[in-house]
Design a protein around this ligand. Sequence first.
Ligand SMILES: *Cc1c(COP(=O)(O)O)cnc(C)c1O
Length: 403
Amino acid sequence: MSSHTHSSSWRTATHLLHDARNRTPHGETSDGLFLTSGFVYDNAEQAAATFEGTIDHLQYSRYGNPTVDTLQERLALLEGAEACLMTSTGMGAVSCALLAGLKAGDRVVASSALFGSTHWLLSHLLPSYGIDTVLLDGRDDKAWEEALSQPTSVVLIETPSNPMLDVLDIQRIAERAHKAGAVFMVDNVFATPVGQRPLELGADVVIYSCTKHLDGQGRVMGGAVLGSKEWVTEKLQPFARNTGNTLSPFNAWVLLKGMETLDLRAQKMASNAARVADALAELPGVTKVFYPGRKDHPQASIAQRQMRDGGSMIAFEVANGKEGAFACMNAFSIIAISNNLGDARSLVTHPATTTHKKLTEEERAQLRITDGSIRFSVGLEDPADLIDELTRGAQAALAIKAG
Ligand SMILES: *Cc1c(COP(=O)(O)O)cnc(C)c1O
């Protein structure tokens, strides 16, 4: 590795292209892809010294790989974190971040508006390991105050949340979490690293599913956890290495290519989403629109304070419940039905029958997911074409006979 480039005066778009450009003596333009599981030693002494920890030498790709290391370094520099650890998927990141530091008897407090699998970890897995978990309405300041009046090990939130796009006050929750002695973790997937900076607002750990906007082109899965050097090297790394939660070098290389255009894509997707959200709000047949960039969003002022823009995700509700929602989605031709998000192509999903199907009706109601709710990941298409499709969809929803 020759040059580890970085300048703290660079702006975001430059960081994404030039940080940690670990060029080999070949002088390649693109980041090198080291598709190798192992590494060789010059002699037995060097191998022994590597395992002793007295020299810095690559050992095995479950422990470290040049392509994965470049991505870790670049993402850490972008986020302003001391350290980063890549994992096989976003859920690999969430589970690793939670399990690495917790033990039986510990207590976790989280906002209940969470990605489905994260909800399962907190409501099923952790309690079965003797870890006490409290899920609350993240918008309720009193609920946080009460839950965090006793010692807590971890606090976890998503903002904006999946699927209804609640926006939570990172700074305020950070203060409460730290008073309770907790490590404060933010799943920043919906906002992306270029749209929101949780560490600057008091978070200790930031979590990503890189499957979403970082790749952003629907190709690979990946996850990342960022935090202090001490926490990452002492808690997270031993856990991830020994449980085998490792990102493939090939996926890391694809993610590095994705990052090159992340800022460009995130800006265009957010400007598309803003236009589409405004158009949706005017459409007959659309009964509600939730978009963090709109003035009528319930937490618009918090969104304005902590997000660069409204992001690429919209939740909206159409008339005539599930039948209306299905008719709307089935009327689309460009906008695909898929539960992925953050893709260059626009995607919609019906949370009540897919991503949030496992929740009880009551739990869905608490998250304000109705039978007519549709989650919309806005892509890079021309927004006028998206608005044409949505107009057709809303008409189809209205055409259903009520009841
Ligand atoms: C997708 C997602 C995850 C899980 O990521 P995978 O890469 O699918 O494992 C976690 N949190 C949020 C908010 C997500 O959208």
